[in-house]
Structure formats: structure tokens, C-alpha cells
Design a protein around this ligand. Sequence first.
Ligand SMILES: NC(=O)c1ccc[n+]([C@@H]2O[C@H](COP(=O)([O-])OP(=O)(O)OC[C@H]3O[C@@H](n4cnc5c(N)ncnc54)[C@H](O)[C@@H]3O)[C@@H](O)[C@H]2O)c1
Length: 287
Amino acid sequence: MMEKKSKGIKKIAVVGAGTMGSGIAQLCAQAGFETVLFDVLKEAVMKGSKLIRYNLSIGVEKQKISEEEKEKILSRIKISHDFNDLKADVIIEAIIENLELKSELFTKLAAINKDDSIFCTNTSSIPITKIAENISHPQRVVGMHFFNPAHLMKLVEIVSGKFTSKENAQTIYKLAIKLGKEPVMVNDAPGFIVNRIGKLFHTEPLKILEEKIASVETIDSLLIASGFKMGPFRLIDLIGVDANLNVTKSLYELFNFNSKFKPSNLQQQMVDDGLLGKKTGKGFYQY
Ligand SMILES: NC(=O)c1ccc[n+]([C@@H]2O[C@H](COP(=O)([O-])OP(=O)(O)OC[C@H]3O[C@@H](n4cnc5c(N)ncnc54)[C@H](O)[C@@H]3O)[C@@H](O)[C@H]2O)c1
């Protein structure tokens, strides 16, 4: 298989127009790439596209870009509900955190794309090797783990699984730099680096809350006072209470049900009640 060089990247497709996908598509268009933003739900693509427009308007207000540049960036993004639009040089997957769904998606993408197209996954916790193992040309599967909000946070973990070729990891590393990011190369493991360490920043505060030791506000303000930029509950609301729970469940399983990653019953209850955080207007806080 020919490896794709970063110079050969013209078109990028982003699959999943939720919290992460819309920010990632914005970055790609800002960097000058022809971009497709796709979702299975029509309302999700509409919401994603609105969010990009809103983020860019803030950029205009802050005089970081001109109105003309904003329109140019928007003109590079094709909002799509048609799977056939996902033929691209690089595809960045940002669908829900579920191994079966991600594998199924990449199998379908492999059927319509060239062998040298690169498949990136924004998974937070699932090993890249597991996602790649049943995909044709698995050397093209690379972890490209952005942080929330994707259009602002600098860090991107570039994750190489057992099959990932060095060339493809390098190409995606260079792409991340073109997107204005500060990437780091990481070897494959559940949760990679940041989420493996950071998960305890969520699971322990949830235990403290469930044990009625302190309130949401107290725990958040205490951690801010001790030097963190944001408290854990405000952060879970920003990530999405459901998205955050999915990552905990995934790590719990991948670390052989180690109790330090045990999902919280309270968080499950909130997801069942539709309290998903900022994106639904209510989570640990009201928005
Ligand atoms: N939220 C975060 O802070 C964050 C940070 C880093 C990485 N991630 C990871 O990014 C991925 C997406 O997370 P999110 O928070 O953006 O989720 P989200 O729930 O906000 O959005 C997911 C979107 O994917 C769509 N979708 C689901 N199945 C699909 C399919 N088969 N094809 C196309 N679209 C599909 C859904 O309709 C939804 O719009 C997950 O793997 C998550 O772990 C999330």
C-alpha cells in the first residue's frame, strides 16, 4: 500500500457532528482543507454547522478573523447526511464511544475509499489496535485524540496501534501541526495518557458526592482553589455526562473491572434522565 504524505491531503471528512466533530471540522476548514461534516442524524449536522458559525462569529468579534475569512472557512465545509460524501484523503471519526459502532463504520468507509486513505479515530479510551484489527489495510488506522473544545485546546494525542505504520502516524502528526495543534506521539493503551490519569479526576469526585461528603459546588471550587482551571463537575458537563460515562465504562472494562474506574450510579441516573450537561442545558449545573 502506498502511504499518503501530508502534502497529498486535500479533502478531510469528519464523521459525527457532535461536541467534538463540529470543532474538528472547523479546524480542518480553517487550515484550508476541503471538509465534509457528516452525521447519521440530520438535526446533529444542522446543530454542528450552527455551532461552527457561532464559534467563527466569536473569532470575528475578537478580531482574530475577518467577516470575509469567516465566510471563506464556512464555504469549505460541506454539511452532509449522505455516506457517499465520505470519500476523502483523511477521515476523522468522532462518533459515540463504542467499539462495535466504530469498527462497523470503518469497515463501511474502507469499502468506498482508496487503500491509501487514512482513518483517524478520536476515541478517548478504546485501543487503536482493537478498532483496526478487522479493517482492511489496518496500517492506516491512527488515533487522533483531540481535547474539548477541539477548536481551542492545543493538545492532540497521536496514537499508534499494533498495525499503524510509522509513515501514517507521522502524516497525521504533521496534519495536527497544520491544524494549529501541539501533538504528542503516544503508544496504544486504554485511555492513552491523559484520560488514564484524568479519569480519576472524575471518578473520585463522583464518589465523594455519592458519599455525601461535599456538594458539587464545594468540590469544584475546592479544586479550582487548589490550582485546577475547572472543577470536575463543570468539566463533565462540558464533555457531556453521557460521553464521559461511556469513557469510564470503556476503561473499567479494558482494565479488567479495576474498581478505580468503576462507573458511578449517580452519573448513570443522570444519563437515564437526559441530564447530559451543557449540550442539553442541564447537568450538574443549569445552562
Ligand atoms: N466530549 C469530549 O469531551 C470528548 C473529548 C475527546 C474525545 N471524545 C471522543 O470523541 C467521540 C465523540 O464524542 P462527542 O462527545 O463528540 O459525542 P456526541 O455524542 O456529542 O456526538 C456523537 C455524534 O455521533 C453521531 N453518530 C453516532 N453514530 C454514528 C454513526 N455510525 N455514523 C455517523 N454519526 C454517528 C451522533 O448522532 C452524534 O451526533 C467519542 O469517541 C468520545 O469518546 C470526546
